[in-house]
Design a protein around this ligand. Sequence first.
Ligand code: ADP
Ligand code: MG
Length: 231
Amino acid sequence: MKETSRVLSQAYKEGRKSLLETEAKTVCIEYGIPVTKFELAKSEVEAVRFADELGYPVVLKIVSPDIVHKSDVGGVVVDLKDASSVGNAYNQILNNVKQHDAKARITGMLIQEMAPSSTEVIVGALKDPQFGPAIMFGLGGIFVEVLKDVTFRIAPITEDEACEMISEVKAYPLLKGYRNTPPADLEAIAKILLNTSRLVTDHSEIKELDLNPIMVYEKGAKTVDARIILE
Ligand code: ADP
Ligand code: MG
């Protein structure tokens, strides 16, 4: 709670209503929500050094208070397998961002471990003016975007409610495993739902939260992108 309060007041102090991915993930870590390992680089040399330390493949992402949807502006490059690709991606991303918005402030470049692809789920939180924060769950990609196959509960949620949320989406059979796809770690998802509920209950300044996507494995899960919007 302490680290999260510090991150939130820093954002307010700088007049920002939207947390940087680094900040949102720092908050996640404090609340036991698993995220991909990351380092914030301030130069190309540093980016390569961090990539070497994390181990390949890595992902590079722009960190800027002026950019919310990073891949829309060419701000994300995945699956970089060596130092020279990291250097190229670093410059490519800066160019892309400059072309999109010459005045965008650049905080740095995020170097991230590359999460192996798997079943993607999303967890969200949204404040209802009457009932307070609601927790959302669904499977990623077309399930949420096209089919709107999502479910909600008012926070704080119980462990039983977390399990209900997981089993009541239409795509649930995909999580239980099918053909060559092994079952997903439902316990890990339930834990993320509970921790998200705890986070938004503790911090009423959070207006919107979006963990999208979360890669779920046979054992464990990893949040690849986290977005938090403040009141
Ligand atoms: P955006 O701001 O555009 O939502 P994301 O951080 O979600 O940016 O990155 C876009 C996409 O790139 C993700 O949906 C995911 O498919 C992929 N991606 C991003 N980070 C990682 C990572 N660490 N490991 C694996 N894939 C990633
Ligand atoms: Mg995203």
